[in-house]
Design a protein around this ligand. Structure first.
Ligand code: NAD
Length: 424
């Protein structure tokens, strides 16, 4: 294939992880493999400069991105990340994983992602709002309810989405709620959206655990990342009888073989903004997390967490990828050789984009559903998609990740093939 001049060739970047995942699926695609290079080329990447007047009167410049990886199946869909490590390579990979994810669940979307290289915790609320509004104006050229629909990701939330929706609407001269999802419920947001990703991790985990004869009742669970995704997935597993023995976030690693009281930990986090200092568990060394006795592991923090070395130490039977891209390809091989099943990110954490899709549909129709309707519809879509991928993995004798990529890539490349190349 023709290499991209702007993509790093380092093997440890998120984009190279994605490319290796595409290399692994290509041999399964038959005649469609003629089109597979389209997945190795993001359709469009926008880099924007965001000048920001700080509260002290100084002016700083931040780098922002919006990448639309593939739009063959519909408008772009994907979150906006505010984090100091954001760069073009990471946003490209995250946008590509959105392409795969939306197709794996059969949502009528392509994949996109955006971000700003910034530590949002170091900005005042006023600075954050001005940053968000300028970023939205800069990417206003390429977003829109029929073009590309942003949503929250790490470092952004419903309030940021409200500013994005308002800025886009002001620039267009009319209120357009469907331009972003993950908004506050009173501004066209959907009930159930905030907890949807964690709920989807639970639903897909439940289906796979059942098929592997792993009892969730009494299972020992370890969770990396106690944010939106990790905390909700853990809560639902506890409701199903599991015991959370370990929790790690950026501030600390906690261990309690008897089970950590999640309600108490959630209350602690609400006050302290992280889990450090919580007294209901022992604080251990961060690296020791990977060799604790556990049955199910949920990585729900950032990408690139499960290296080959860590994969060698893990004692769990099942990994549920709440985070995007937490496992390196060589770690995937190690896990497979050790009989550890991985439910890949592109299906495991797709509950969020599924309910984002419901939010967009509700905004278009201006007709809103109850939370129980949303949860039931999400459970049905996610469990059916998971079972389809499980069956595909059995048929092709491959991992669940490769099976998810086969299902998704067939859908994307079929659309690409039938649309043809313009101009012909
Ligand atoms: P969040 O900001 O709410 O929580 C992130 C958590 O990760 C925090 O507890 C943080 O302390 C922890 N963390 C950060 N760096 C860490 C490190 N180096 N070691 C250990 N823990 C660390 O974010 P979130 O919305 O829960 O997203 C988590 C992951 O799930 C990301 O990969 C995101 O892309 C993915 N995801 C999120 C959604 C969603 O709807 N929020 C949807 C799909 C995928």
């Amino acid at each position: 294939m023709d290499k991209l001049s702007y993509a790093s060739e380092s093997p440890n970047t998120a984009w190279s992880t994605y490319l290796q995942q595409i290399d692994r699926v290509a041999p399964y695609l038959g005649e469609l493999s003629r089109w597979v290079d389209t997945l190795r080329h993001p359709k469009r990447a926008l880099i924007v400069d965001i000048p920001l007047q700080m509260d002290d009167g100084s002016i700083r410049h931040f780098e922002g991105f919006r990448v639309q990886h593939n739009l063959s199946r519909g408008p772009g869909k994907g979150g906006v990340r505010y984090h100091p490590n954001v760069d073009l390579n990471e946003v490209m990979a995250l946008s590509a994983w959105m392409t795969i994810k939306c197709a794996a669940v059969n949502l009528p979307y392509g994949g996109a992602k955006g971000g700003i290289r910034v530590d949002p915790f170091k900005l005042s609320e006023g600075e954050l709002e001005r940053l968000t509004r300028r970023y939205t104006s800069e990417i206003g050229l390429v977003i829109g309810p029929q073009k590309d629909i942003p949503a929250p990701d790490v470092g952004t939330n419903a309030k940021v989405m409200a500013w994005m929706m308002d800025t886009y609407s002001m620039n267009q001269g009319t209120t357009i709620t469907g331009v972003v999802t993950g908004k506050p419920v009173h501004l066209g947001g959907s009930l159930g959206r905030e907890k949807a990703t964690g709920r989807g991790v639970f639903v897909t985990g439940r289906e796979v655990a059942r098929r592997l004869n792993i009892e969730t009742d009494g299972a020992r669970l370890a969770v990396q990342g106690f944010g939106n995704v990790g905390s909700e997935a853990a809560r639902l597993f506890v409701a199903a009888g599991a015991r959370v023995v370990a929790v790690q976030d950026h501030s600390a690693t906690l261990y309690n073989a008897e089970g950590i009281d999640l309600t108490a930990l959630t209350d602690w986090q609400a006050t302290h903004k992280n889990i450090a200092g919580f007294s209901g568990a022992q604080t251990i060394d961060a690296e020791a997390f990977w060799q604790l006795p556990m049955d199910i592991l949920i990585p729900a923090a950032l990408e690139g967490q499960i290296t080959r070395e860590r994969a060698e130490k893990l004692s769990c039977k099942l990994i549920l990828e709440g985070a995007n891209g937490p496992t390196y390809p060589d770690a995937d091989d190690m896990l497979a050789s050790r009989g550890i099943t991985v439910v890949p990110d592109v299906i495991c954490n797709a509950g969020g984009v599924t309910v984002s899709y419901f939010e967009w549909v509700q905004d278009m129709a201006s007709f809103f559903w109850s939370e129980s309707e949303i949860n039931e519809r999400m459970d049905k879509i996610m469990s059916e998609a998971m079972i389809h991928i499980w069956d595909k993995a059995r048929e092709k004798e491959c991992s669940l990740r490769t099976a998810a990529y086969i299902v998704a890539c067939e859908r994307i490349l079929m659309a690409r093939k039938d649309r043809g190349i313009y101009p012909g």
